[in-house]
Write a protein that binds this ligand. Structure first.
Ligand code: BCO
Length: 565
């Protein structure tokens, strides 16, 4: 990086060697991002070279197990050749072109990593989604994004088939399964005969790389778009200083493939540092299986939602020997200080909380080497300038509660998302003065540590998921028993908070058995939208609190749930 200010650094520069000062310089625009950048070509293929020359430990790049005896281990070289084959499947057999959007709805199987990397190689924009998505969710995503292709497994294939006639832009359905299915191209078959010869596309650093659907208070999920550099370079600091990764590490990041946490924990942060990504494909989360995995495999780094740690500390952890585990991090929802203390007492390990969002990545964290203040989400992560601001966009002094915000002017942070696609109003609504407003309330103390207070809007953060009340209310209203409903957060000892629905019943259902009807409504929501959103608590009420203009006052119900006046 010994370049005069304002010049592009050479794209062969090894990003994992950049220092914090280099990132500050890039952020100040003293140094620029490379004009072109492609994570597959510029990072993964370089690690492949380092493997050849023995400059990287003989660690796999990806280590996948499923608990049934199946195992996959790929080096960076193997990942390179396999993803080149997959790239040829996407461009040649599927006829996809640079910039096309591809919905990828796969469980934690090795092909998810292959398809993602092959999208990078070909300049396709990948849109990950959880396999919990239902037909209605998938229809919305395919139509809103005008996706050209969907890559899916048997789990969601029937749901896709039920709505595909309503998606005129969708040209290809690619099935990842050992079996074939009518109307689908078979990934496995095409992959077998695909060539390993493929030249990585020269993508621009600001070119779109991925779209994530993210929930808000109103309407359907919005499409947050990230660029090649915001994901591909933006997570360097996070990988090095929060996850504390080196190329000899093995990181197990639990997150479902549908969330940005899978992108940074199981792709970008980890592979930028040349670490091994460990994956255990469990059909359902089970704390005992989780702990067995952690003791069986030489995992050094663990990344999981606070809900998982809350479930784990209920076990007798002293019975387990985590021989290689040395660094544990958490994020996606607030961590209670008691859980941190119990984890430390039972395992002897610290728990490093980070805070972020799909749009911005990780912006605050307890980074390795910093003192941890239990209950705080740590200090700002470079290059972000995180501040607490008031309703006019002015910075508040330490100790004052306000909106957690990121300074965008005069330099736009390169890890920041590009926009909400086709939604300039929503993009503009997140801006206040010089800042991007996260929608979360918080406080910064005089040492620069941030403390989470709560959401400024009606979004519910449960088990690490971000759920918009509107999405749950829209599902409930489709049941004949529901006249109207209001969905808010409610405290929960394990999940932090859960979704609670207040429901006004229609006349024929007023005398129904409440337990039976609760179960029926829960099943109804699980069938209509991704099941993680279902209301774990339901209360039947005569009426909902409303404003004079007839708008439901969710905040009154939420305050009531949380015992606030
Ligand atoms: O609890 P229930 O059994 O009543 O319901 C569960 C599932 O059984 C059910 N379900 C799933 N698939 C279904 C189904 N029901 C019917 N049909 C299906 N096909 O739905 C409920 C899903 O709840 P869950 O996902 O919370 O399940 P579970 O097993 O309790 O898992 C617990 C956790 C903690 C493992 C899970 O909640 C989790 O993975 N949470 C973390 C989420 C995460 O990674 N968030 C990060 C987002 S990115 C981010 O925040 C950016 C900044 C850091």
């Amino acid at each position: 990086l010994a370049k005069p200010p304002g010049q592009h650094f050479h794209r062969d520069h090894q990003l994992w060697t950049l220092t914090l000062a280099d990132f500050e310089a890039i952020h100040r625009c003293d140094r620029s991002l490379p004009k072109n950048f492609n994570f597959a070509g510029d990072v993964l293929d370089q690690w492949s070279q380092k493997e050849k020359t023995g400059e990287r430990p003989a660690n796999p790049a990806l280590w996948w197990v499923n608990g049934k005896g199946d195992e996959v281990k790929w080096s960076f070289r193997e990942l390179g050749s396999l993803s080149r084959k997959a790239a040829n499947v996407l461009t040649k057999a599927c006829g996809l072109r640079r910039g096309d959007r591809v919905a990828v709805i796969l469980p934690r199987i090795p092909e998810w990593w292959l398809v993602n990397v092959s999208c990078m190689r070909t300049g396709l924009v990948f849109m990950p989604g959880t396999v919990q998505l239902t037909a209605k969710d998938i229809l919305y995503r395919l139509r809103a994004s005008k996706a050209r292709c969907i890559v899916a497994g048997e789990e969601v294939a029937p749901a896709v088939e039920s709505i595909v006639s309503e998606c005129p832009d969708l040209k290809t359905k690619l099935l990842v399964s050992p079996h074939s299915r009518n109307g689908w191209l078979s990934f496995q078959e095409l992959f077998q005969s695909a060539s390993e010869e493929h030249s990585c596309v020269e993508t621009g650093s600001q070119e779109p790389m991925a779209i994530y659907f993210t929930s808000g208070t109103t309407g359907s999920p919005k499409m947050a778009q990230h660029s090649q550099s915001s994901l591909g370079i933006g997570y360097t600091i996070c990988g090095r200083y929060w996850l504390d990764l080196k190329s000899s590490d093995i990181i197990w990041n639990m997150s479902d493939t549908g969330w940005i946490k899978a992108a940074f924990g199981s792709v970008f942060s980890s592979w930028l540092q040349g670490a091994c990504v460990f994956v255990h494909q469990m059909t359902q989360f089970d704390p005992d299986t989780f702990l067995d995995t952690l003791t069986t495999y030489p995992i050094t780094t663990l990344c999981s939602a606070p809900t998982v740690y809350r479930m784990l500390v209920q076990k007798d952890l002293k019975r387990y020997k985590f021989k290689t585990l040395r660094h544990c991090v958490t994020g996606g929802e607030p961590l209670n200080p008691e859980v941190l203390e119990r984890w430390r007492a039972q395992t002897g390990l610290e728990l490093y909380e980070g805070y972020g969002q799909t749009e911005v990545g990780i912006i605050c964290a307890n980074q390795k080497g910093q003192e941890i203040k239990p209950g705080s989400m740590g200090k700002r992560v470079l290059p972000y300038d995180v501040q607490i601001i008031d309703e006019n966009g002015s910075i508040l002094p330490p100790g004052k509660e306000g909106d957690i915000a990121l300074r965008l002017k005069s330099t736009w942070p390169f890890c920041f998302f590009s926009e909400y696609v086709d939604n300039p109003e929503k993009t503009a609504a997140t801006l206040r003065g010089d800042f991007y407003v996260t929608g979360d309330k918080g406080v910064m103390d005089s040492d620069g540590y941030f403390w989470f207070v709560g959401r400024a809007d009606d979004v519910i953060i449960t088990s690490g998921y971000r759920i918009g009340p509107f999405e749950v209310e829209s599902a409930l209203i489709e049941h004949p028993a529901v006249v109207e409903s209001a969905v808010v957060s409610s405290p929960d000892p394990v999940r932090g908070e859960v979704v609670k629905a207040f429901v006004v019943l229609s006349a024929p259902f007023k005398s129904s058995n409440p337990e039976k009807l609760t179960l029926e409504l829960q099943t109804h929501v699980k069938n209509l939208t991704a099941p993680y959103k279902y209301p774990r608590k339901v209360e039947f009420v005569q009426e909902l609190p409303k404003t004079i203009t007839g708008k439901i006052k969710r905040n009154t119900l939420r305050d009531q749930e949380w015992g606030r006046k």
